[in-house]
Design a protein around this ligand. Structure first.
Ligand SMILES: NC(=O)c1ccc[n+]([C@@H]2O[C@H](COP(=O)([O-])OP(=O)(O)OC[C@H]3O[C@@H](n4cnc5c(N)ncnc54)[C@H](OP(=O)(O)O)[C@@H]3O)[C@@H](O)[C@H]2O)c1
Length: 350
């Protein structure tokens, strides 16, 4: 008998669902025990249902598992959810109501006042919002979310600066990988040799989520940060890895070497607690003038490290720099697994 915690994956066949399976294959605390997806996949073996697109093979035990219907009956108490927002809005509350800890990737409930939106290195104290959720009070179930795949890299780069110098203004322009649109995602004829300057609702998500993540817990509420923020989001023909060009104005003067030291020395609760998926370095600054690049740098820290480079003065705000993070690992499955590890470390997984 395994002593690991059995977990389920809702949306197991998708781009993020596959990353969950890959990341959980040798996880020391969690074991995949249940998989669910749409009616299209229900009843099939996972190997039949999923169009597997990762470079490591499907774990043997998972390949043979039957895909269950997406209902709480028979599901384990810990659920990683990787559903489209529309269906997540319906299903995630249903699982929480049934007593499950739902660790979600979707945007459906991220901005709901009683739902924590968490990056364990940045705002681990926000998980206390769980205690106010009606599901928690009735059945023990709850929902915790991780941010949008572009917001997470940006916030990991901003948090060390906010802590030391304060933030007044943030402008970010993204170049987002095609895997961020799920599978089959953007049609090849639309994206090859092209840049699409529109991703539905992405700019709004980046702006509101960044402020919630960098906001303060005040009693039983999160008060969002008040800095000015503008995001512009583009889809580019890159497979994995979101790159962002960022300009900022700080509240206090900073020297470049102080900002680089703030990034490179940034450590937080996941590193102190030695959570299994926590990278040794959450943020790394590259000194080379042409880095970071998705092709070379997205796998840093097993895909959990955010890379920063090209720090230089900005002619409009104070400073500008480049940020890169892995959208399906740090921006999705890895973010949720780290959230679940934090929940376990804080006693929320029973
Ligand atoms: N891709 C990224 O980089 C990324 C990053 C951060 C957050 N997210 C978020 O994560 C979520 C999943 O994204 P993805 O990229 O993995 O999408 P995806 O590749 O399109 O996968 C969607 C998954 O949801 C399942 N599904 C669809 N309709 C369903 C229904 N009615 N009932 C149950 N399951 C249903 C699909 O099952 P079938 O295969 O059976 O259709 C599939 O497993 C989205 O909310 C997305 O915004 C994605």
């Amino acid at each position: 008998m395994s002593s690991k915690i059995p977990v389920g994956i809702l949306g197991a066949t998708g781009v993020v669902g596959q990353r969950f399976i890959q990341m959980l294959e040798r996880h020391p605390w969690f074991e995949v025990a249940w998989l669910a997806a749409s009616d299209r996949s229900e009843g099939k073996s996972y190997a039949e249902a999923a169009r597997w697109r990762l470079k490591t093979p499907i774990p043997t035990a998972v390949a043979a598992m039957r895909v269950s219907p997406a209902i709480p009956d028979g599901a384990p108490r810990v659920i990683f959810a990787a559903l489209d927002a529309g269906i997540a809005a319906e299903l995630e509350p249903r699982f929480a109501h049934a007593g499950c800890a739902v660790v979600s990737n979707s945007s459906a409930l991220r901005m709901q006042q009683d739902v924590p939106l968490v990056i364990p290195e940045v705002n681990p104290d926000h998980i206390k919002l769980i205690d106010g959720q009606s599901w928690r009070k009735k059945s023990g179930g709850y929902v915790v979310t991780n941010p949008n795949c572009s917001a997470i890299g940006l916030v990991l780069a901003l948090a060390p600066l906010q802590q030391r110098f304060g933030l007044e203004t943030v402008m970010a322009v993204t170049m987002q990988a095609v895997s961020g649109a799920g599978y089959p995602g953007v049609a090849s004829l639309d994206i090859l040799g092209n840049v699409i300057p529109y991703i539905a609702k992405e700019e709004e998500k980046m702006e509101e989520e960044t402020r919630k993540l960098l906001g303060q817990m005040n009693g039983t509420k999160v008060v969002s940060a008040t800095f000015a923020m503008s995001a512009q989001c583009n889809r580019v023909a890159v497979e994995d890895g979101h790159t962002e060009s960022v300009s900022i104005r700080l509240n206090r003067k900073a020297k470049p070497e102080e900002m680089i030291a703030a990034w490179n020395s940034f450590r937080a609760e996941p590193q102190e607690l030695e959570l299994p998926s926590a990278p040794k370095d959450p943020v790394v600054y590259f000194g080379a003038p042409d880095r970071p690049q998705p092709r070379f740098d997205i796998d840093l820290g097993a895909g959990m490290t955010t890379s920063v480079g090209r720090l230089r003065p900005c002619g409009v705000l104070d400073w500008k720099f480049t940020v890169l993070s892995h959208n399906t690992i740090r921006g999705a499955a890895g973010a949720a697994v780290l959230n679940a590890e934090l929940l376990k470390a804080k006693g929320y997984l029973g």
